[in-house]
Design a binder for this molecule. Structure first.
Ligand SMILES: Cc1ncc(COP(=O)(O)O)c(C=O)c1O
Length: 361
């Protein structure tokens, strides 16, 4: 079976000596390797205000705290995402308010989000679902009009672009996940990208109990309670080795995605996604809308291609409000599927996928 997702593990002869060196150096906590990893990521994102953490969820939680989100507040979000996008909001005590999604992309709809803004709204959470990029032109003008911070959940979208630059350079807060199956993995880990120096300084303390790492422990004074969210040198070493393969891997996702877009655009029963202006997706999963979704999934799975939806719409969890009134969500959720698009999809695999779809289901 050709899987939808797969962790990339670098060659043993590159990874193991590096890991052994770090582990037996005697320093395995947050140290030089984390610093080096952040430096490399800062170059990649052309921003030196980047902070690694131990998960994308921690990065989301920190962004919300930096946006001063707390009990009694509202955060506008999407139900079509992995649960941590929204459990992180609940963790602050704020209420998750569902914006609808666009029925043509599955991405959070700016028009619907704008209608929900009121004086309790403290942030808008945008998810670049499956590596597609939300309508940032519209969301940035909403941000300007209402002065409400935007948090970009880029967990699925490493390598994706807005106006020819990597995602995360425009918003107040952007997060990435380095969990096992993402474009770049540190086994578990995450990244927080910040715009303001004051947020960067605050987040640096918040990820480590509220302590200031530049001062001796015995001379520290915690002024805001923080968390144990930092990355350690072992995960950072894994990440540093991954970076050697990153460009090649991300390019494979994108090349495969563009291939499917090209080959499937005129095929009956399937509708490819029309990506937003000024955006370039990084195709973490290939996403399309199909007629008779269940039959399509059966056709693909029985021919060795894993194919399905990946996340339960989050409004189906009892802790969140029901979103049955959301027409875009109802429509997209009933039609969309994913299949694998990453570095493990060879030319032979992708030809087989296209042939299968063209045969009909
Ligand atoms: C859209 C999205 N946001 C956030 C996260 C959280 O990332 P992590 O698993 O690194 O905590 C994930 C998950 O894996 C995700 O898919």
């Amino acid at each position: 079976m050709i899987p939808i997702v797969k962790p990339y593990i670098p060659p043993r002869n590159q990874l193991m000596p590096a890991l052994q060196k770090t582990i037996y150096s005697g320093y395995i906590a947050q140290g030089k390797k984390v610093e080096d990893f952040e430096k490399m990521l800062g170059q990649y994102f052309e921003n030196n205000k980047v902070l690694t953490v131990n998960s994308g969820t921690s990065a989301l939680h920190l962004s919300l705290i930096l946006a001063n989100v707390g009990p009694g507040d509202e955060v506008i979000s999407t139900a079509l995402t992995a649960e941590p996008t929204n459990t992180a909001i609940s963790q602050t005590g704020a209420k998750v308010v569902w914006a609808d999604i666009e029925r043509s992309t599955g991405l959070i709809c700016p028009k619907s989000a704008e209608k929900l803004i009121n004086n309790k709204t403290k942030a808008i959470m945008i998810v670049h679902y499956a590596g597609m990029v939300a309508n940032l032109n519209k969301f940035y003008s909403i941000r300007k009009k209402y002065n409400i911070p935007i948090i970009e959940d880029c967990a699925h979208a490493f390598g994706a672009e807005y106006k020819n630059k990597k995602l995360g350079y425009c918003s107040d807060f952007a997060i990435y996940s380095f969990q096992a199956i993402k474009h770049l993995t540190t086994i578990d880990g995450g990244l927080l990208i910040l715009k303001k120096s004051s947020d960067y300084d605050r987040a640096k303390k918040l990820r480590w109990f509220g302590l200031d790492k530049t001062k001796p422990r015995l001379k520290n004074n915690i002024t805001e309670c923080g968390f144990k969210y930092h990355m350690n040198d072992v995960n950072a070493t894994f990440g540093l080795i991954q970076l050697n393969y990153l460009k090649e891997n991300v390019n494979k996702y994108i090349e495969n995605g563009l291939f499917f877009d090209r080959e499937l655009k005129d095929v009956d029963g399937i509708q490819i996604i029309k990506y937003h202006d000024d955006t370039k997706p990084s195709y973490w999963l290939y996403t399309a809308m199909v007629d008779r979704k269940d039959d399509f999934i059966e056709h693909m799975n029985s021919n060795g291609i894993q194919c399905s939806s990946l996340h339960l719409r989050n409004d189906r969890h009892s802790i969140f409000e029901d979103g049955s009134h959301l027409k875009g969500l109802e429509s997209f959720y009933g039609n969309y599927v994913h299949w694998g698009c990453g570095w493990w999809i060879t030319e032979k695999n992708r030809n087989k996928i296209v042939e299968l779809i063209k045969k009909g289901w």
